[in-house]
Ligand binder design. Sequence first.
Ligand SMILES: [Fe+2]
Length: 236
Amino acid sequence: MSLIYPRDSLKAHPLNASPAYGSTQKRAPSKPLILLPHTLSETTGPVFGHVGVAAGDSDLTRQHDGEPLGERIIVSGRVLDEDGRPVPHTLVEIWQANAGGRYVHVRDQHPAPLDPNFTGAGRALTDAEGRYRFVTIKPGAYPWRNHHNAWRPAHIHFSLFGPSFLSRVITQMYFPGDPLFKYDPIFQSVTDENARERLVSRFDLGTTEPEWALGYQFDIVLRGRNATPLEEPHDH
Ligand SMILES: [Fe+2]
């Protein structure tokens, strides 16, 4: 039994070639994909060690001597598989721009200030119920040169490994009600409206902490493992 993970439904994912998102024109495959059988090294094992992920890695506001500027927020949620089962002890990594919309990256040179107290990268492990929690700063919108007057809606990048490479997800989390959604070719490269809505976090008063920070909830669903392969129904 080599096919432990079912193939993704492509409908919920961004199109490989999305003409309005300029860089996909060069990197999207021009020929139909050839599906190869999954190999043992893909389907087994976690591919990272738990050593080295410290509790403080999930608080992006305390990585420097001072506090970063901007709106402090709490981003939390659950990591689940397709069958709704929690994915415990899995690595969640995030990276993001600062409150002014600037990344600490050599290629981001647009005229917004860097914040000496904000790097914009964090990581956490989910607990036994698949829960994760980050404290960070709400990122700003930022310009990119995809087209004239192109601005990305505020977003946080997420990477999750899950139990294997085949369940890895890289995605972006957005904030509710952003007026830039309809102008953003990356957000719009997910053509299914319901799937786009699943990229938008939910403001949550329950995880908002008084006089401290607003709470946003963002649940993530990874590809599930077929523990019990289903037989084809018989005709008789
Ligand atoms: Fe980004």
